[in-house]
Design a protein around this ligand. Sequence first.
Ligand SMILES: Nc1ncnc2c1ncn2[C@@H]1O[C@H](COP(=O)(O)OP(=O)(O)OP(=O)(O)O)[C@@H](O)[C@H]1O
Length: 315
Amino acid sequence: MLAVTIDSFSYSEKQVLKKVSFQLNKGEHLSVLGESGCGKSTLLHLIYGTLQLTEGTISWDKKPLLGPSHNLIPGESFIKLVAQEYELMPFTTLAENIAENLSRQNSKKDADRVSELLNVVALSDFKNTKVKFLSGGQKQRVALAKALAKAPELLLLDEPFSSIDTFQKNHLQRTLFLYLKKNNIACITATHDSEEALSFSDKLILLKDGEIDACGTPEEIYKDLSTVYRAGFFGEVNVLPKTAFFSESSSEELILLPHQLTVSDTETKLQVTVKKSYFKGYYYLIQAEWKNKDLFFLHSEIIPEGNKPYLILNK
Ligand SMILES: Nc1ncnc2c1ncn2[C@@H]1O[C@H](COP(=O)(O)OP(=O)(O)OP(=O)(O)O)[C@@H](O)[C@H]1O
């Protein structure tokens, strides 16, 4: 089990992380979601052991991970970090890149393992292609396969799918996260992608200004989008007074995502003026104005600009 207790971490004067504590069991998948610059990559590098933690402790199976001041070669051997820049050898083939991280004692076994890993990242057809001929997204996938070759117990992924198109991404996420579960490899993913975090993780941490803003299962987090910051990861955020829906007097505000508002067939207290409809495939995201502020809701059809529909809370 990984146990992380970070009291504080700073780059020179600037404090980046404070009071970040969590535990992760073997085989579990944690996603760390947070806006740019909130400290996600820093957290991964502290766990991996390329940054030195002075205020706090990080341990694996109760054994403290001491960091680069105590290790000749920074980075723990049973942990692999796949970062935004990849350590690949451009002039050798994909197979050779991956094999570099294998035992090289049994060539048949190594060849089978290379094939298995290329299959996980859907690059079997490129086995004998030199890395320099690959696209950015393909290189990202080779880096993943190379990290898995060393059979890590803990895999740290920093924006692992940032250069991969939606079609490839969905397939890769399913095969990769299934592979990790089957092999009992724990994983921490730093991401901006809330859909990925909801679908694939066992636990989710929302980081805000270097602190844990929320922590729980994806379902728990999604049920408690009680601040604009939290809700903002999952779509456009509407902040509306409770009195826009209910007659009782209240100063309470409701934080609502677009799917929580819908057009009413009958008159309601919330009449808006449509500004624009954005086509999203099987629905439209409608931008409308109410009391000089924009709000967003979903609708099955386009609504012409200037129309004045009534809205209600979606059940
Ligand atoms: N080597 C460094 N020296 C000084 N400051 C740094 C260093 N690396 C990162 N920072 C700062 O620390 C903060 C956190 O950076 P970090 O890369 O951990 O954020 P992040 O959440 O991963 O961001 P992103 O999502 O954009 O990758 C940022 O304000 C960044 O400018």
